[in-house]
Design a binder for this molecule. Structure first.
Ligand SMILES: *Cc1c(COP(=O)(O)O)cnc(C)c1O
Length: 395
């Protein structure tokens, strides 16, 4: 089926062709309920009319003009992002990894500008995921993703997620940044404790380090707030967004304050495609739909319903130990006998007509459209339950 692409992805045995809302059809005409959302990207489902209109409208006006100019589309999206968050300034790029790369570079540059070259250490969490560039994969703290690419960038320290004592022990005068996902997505949908984020804020303040929240997966409505930090009540200095930001069109952003932004002076950092008008026009349209009470309410309501029904499936078939997460970022932790088999379960679910994700071998992950409705949720869960019933019977 794949003859031309490098073998770093293990493609599923179907070829998706078309999507609408939370439904997708493959080249054989088979229909799927999409509870995966393109890995937390398709926040408004497939082919949302407001996004199609924004994309086609911009496509007839201006596609690309370079960063020798700014555009109305880039200003419109940046205005929205700053108006509704802690941030004063935005840097646009094309992916989550690039947004984190920019965040880490800004933190090092700011520290060097103000405190000299010795203040360069980055404190991150083990089992975090920040992207696949050499810097972000090294900061990510999952050696299986980085060790084959050594030598790796230096000055990175890892602590266990949610370990306040380890955090206090690791941050010192040499630290330029602490980077945390408010909910660890890829490694199992693990929410941070409020006390951990609060402690991170305190130690960063004490040692003049930047607190970076990686909201590439949790941002843009996924947890039921525009950004997850808003429900924790702890403010970062730098925040990264991507995935849902373009509702399926590639775009990333790094948000920061007027204190840190000046260290990214002219020529210090850049991107050919970052701030591209097509991406920003779609992003601004997506922002307006996501940042509405109706959408964010739907995330909270559907999230609660899904977690309740998944917990029920878990109890009846003995497959899940725990169902956790926030809003429509949900992780079902497989029970003892089924540990390590999340990939197998998600493949069986696809075969039964429902797209789901895994987060490691032990967690089944759901990240559906923020506009998920009762019909699609009900049908998707019915197909998932059928899969689970057969899977359990088959052993
Ligand atoms: C997906 C993800 C990234 C990487 O984003 P890309 O667009 O794949 O580079 C970074 N951080 C988190 C938390 C993510 O979930």
């Amino acid at each position: 089926m794949n003859r031309y692409l490098t073998p770093n992805f293990a493609f599923a045995p179907i070829i998706p062709e078309r999507g609408l809302g939370s439904r997708v059809w493959d080249t054989q005409g088979r229909e799927y309920i999409d509870l995966a959302g393109g890995i937390a990207v398709n926040a408004l489902g497939h082919c949302h009319p407001a996004l199609v209109a924004a994309l086609t409208g911009q496509a007839g006006k201006l596609w690309h003009i370079s960063n020798l100019y700014t555009t109305e589309a880039a200003q419109a999206l940046a205005e929205r992002l700053t108006k509704h968050t802690f941030a004063d300034k935005v840097f646009f790029c094309n992916s989550g990894a690039e947004a984190n790369e920019a965040a880490l570079k800004l933190a090092r540059k700011y520290a060097r500008d103000h405190f000299g070259s010795g203040k360069n250490e980055i404190v991150a969490c083990t089992n975090a995921f920040h992207g696949r560039t050499l810097f972000t994969v090294s900061v990510g703290g999952q050696p299986k993703y980085s060790h084959d690419f050594a030598p790796l960038p230096a000055g990175i320290r890892h602590i266990p997620f949610n370990d306040v004592q380890a955090l206090r022990g690791a941050v010192n005068g040499q630290t330029c940044a602490v980077i945390i996902e408010p909910v660890q997505g890829e490694s199992g949908v693990l929410p941070a404790d409020a006390a951990f984020l609060q402690a991170a804020r305190e130690v960063c303040d004490r040692h003049q380090a930047a607190l970076i929240f990686d909201e590439v997966q949790t941002g843009m409505g996924r947890t039921g707030r525009l950004f997850a930090y808003q429900q924790y009540g702890t403010l970062p200095d730098i925040l990264t967004s991507a995935k849902a930001l373009g509702g399926g069109f590639p775009i990333g952003a790094m948000l920061t304050t007027d204190r840190f932004a000046p260290s990214f002076g002219p020529g210090t950092h850049g991107s050919t495609f970052g701030g591209n008008p097509l991406a920003c026009a779609v992003g601004a349209a997506a922002f307006d739909v996501i940042n509405s009470e109706a959408t964010l309410d739907n995330v909270r309501v559907q999230g609660e319903k899904l977690r309740g029904r998944l917990a029920d499936i878990g109890r009846r078939y003995g497959v899940f130990d725990e169902v956790r997460g926030q809003g429509l970022l949900i992780g079902c932790v497989l029970a003892g006998a089924y540990r390590g088999r999340a990939g197998e379960l998600s493949a069986a679910a696809l075969n039964a007509g429902v797209m789901v994700l895994v987060a490691g071998g032990d967690v089944l992950r759901l990240a559906p459209s923020l506009l998920l409705n009762d019909d699609d949720a009900g049908e998707g869960l019915a197909r998932l339950e059928k899969t689970v019933a057969e899977w359990v019977t088959a052993g």
